[in-house]
Design a protein around this ligand. Sequence first.
Ligand SMILES: C[S@@+](CC[C@H](N)C(=O)[O-])C[C@H]1O[C@@H](n2cnc3c(N)ncnc32)[C@H](O)[C@@H]1O
Length: 204
Amino acid sequence: MKVVTNNLKFNQKLNEMREYAKLNHVPIINDDGLSILKTIIALYKPKNILEIGTAIGYSASIMSMTSDSTVYTIERDEVMYNEAKKNISDLNLDGKVNIIFDDALNSFDKLSDKKFDMIFIDAAKAQYTKFFELYTPLLNKGGIVVCDNMYFHNLVNSDLESLSKNVRNMVKKLQMFHEFLLNNENYETSIFDIGDGISISISK
Ligand SMILES: C[S@@+](CC[C@H](N)C(=O)[O-])C[C@H]1O[C@@H](n2cnc3c(N)ncnc32)[C@H](O)[C@@H]1O
């Protein structure tokens, strides 16, 4: 009975979070992306997960609730950070989900004493290569890196000339990240046409 009650409460809270995201235009992972993320976690059973890009704590909460993992997640936007803190506390996940309020490019020292089995990158698309290079030294051997929005609403396959300068630069950087991943001999990478494009890189 307790489990049912807890599940009901959890699902209600997730609905609330989805509603908040929709109303406030917060880009959270979509259902297909979430489904593959949960499958990866069920298969790999990571003990420690690092997420870059918390937003309101939606994916972090689900990753924590569907596994025994401790999640560390980094968010640089204060409004998002406060909203995530509240949501994680409402779900009684304090300690299981730990939010770091900072730019991920400046917060390596706060995590450098930790090791991770999985890193989930879901933040500024133009910085994916930097996030990957900065945080993969903390990945255990055999660990995995999962990235969301690899197709960026399919813009990675579009005619770049038709895009505004800012979007074009971002898409170019994401295309370079695809190349970087696929040519990285230390990782076995696949990019899946699921959700908004999900990559999985397994460290060799
Ligand atoms: C796509 S949303 C994350 C969604 C979340 N993972 C989910 O599915 O519930 C991206 C978030 O990353 C944050 N972000 C972007 N660049 C960042 C950086 N360099 N450091 C920390 N957070 C960053 C943004 O403020 C935004 O809230």
